[in-house]
Ligand binder design. Sequence first.
Ligand SMILES: NC(=O)c1ccc[n+]([C@@H]2O[C@H](COP(=O)([O-])OP(=O)(O)OC[C@H]3O[C@@H](n4cnc5c(N)ncnc54)[C@H](OP(=O)(O)O)[C@@H]3O)[C@@H](O)[C@H]2O)c1
Length: 273
Amino acid sequence: MKHDGKVALVTGGTRGIGKAISMRLASEGADIILNYKTDSATAEETAEEIRALGRKVWVMQADVRDDKNIRALGKRIKTDVGQLDIFVHNAAFGTMGPILRMGMFSWRAAMDINVNALLLMTQQLAPLLKENGGWVIGLSSIGAEMAFSEYACIGVSKAAMEALCRYLAFELAPLGIRCNAVSAGPIKTRALDWFAYPHAVDNYAETKSPLHRMGKPQDLTGVVSFLCTPDADWIVGQVIKADGGISLGENFMDWLSPEEKALEEAKKAKKRA
Ligand SMILES: NC(=O)c1ccc[n+]([C@@H]2O[C@H](COP(=O)([O-])OP(=O)(O)OC[C@H]3O[C@@H](n4cnc5c(N)ncnc54)[C@H](OP(=O)(O)O)[C@@H]3O)[C@@H](O)[C@H]2O)c1
């Protein structure tokens, strides 16, 4: 299989998108180091699902906001596992709200978890990653280059993360390590519960994507898996967008009044008949 013999670390790998990535890499042969912050029951459930695929799992609690936790995690990976081929930085933090009233605690926490943790973890893990030629992937968001209401805390930190991926790629490539970012549009996970109106995000995705549906965690796993193969060797320091086409542009039909839309639908139906 594609990832036979590889070991992958997924931060926040126990639920949502991180879980889907862990499961995908495991189903393609990788053993998995599952990191999480607080929810040990969910971590154990995911670990069980990975074991059922016949893969090895190491469950490692660590708050990646904390430098000491990150150093301890790095040490544990070296001593308990002794190998690392893929590092996916998926854990994230952000507070929703207007930027003019954004508290510095939230702002700094987002920078710590979304950006600084990627740097510190990569510094710790590069010696292991370079042994067999490895991969580093940062999970980003289309809010890094588009501006969404109340999303500044996350969007700005993800933009910094994308820049960090480019700089890491520059220094890691000569060591045989490829670093890229995957930028997602809205994906149905528990993270959306933090939005004031989660259904508005669903409506947005269903309207703006030419596929007319909300994203699912599994929509991102293929691209992450592909980036961690020799087939993607020439992709270095890039941000690969996987957003169902949401950020492509506008469909003018979306700007018609409900009456005009109904009229257009009726015209189309007549033509089809
Ligand atoms: N969902 C979307 O619409 C969307 C869109 C674009 C990009 N993304 C990105 O995709 C990634 C995953 O998002 P998601 O929606 O799957 O998130 P999620 O459902 O909220 O899952 C977050 C995971 O990260 C862990 N985590 C949170 N803070 C941590 C910390 N300080 N240290 C270690 N682990 C921590 C959680 O562990 P516990 O369970 O222990 O708390 C959990 O496993 C994020 O980088 C996010 O920005 C998501």
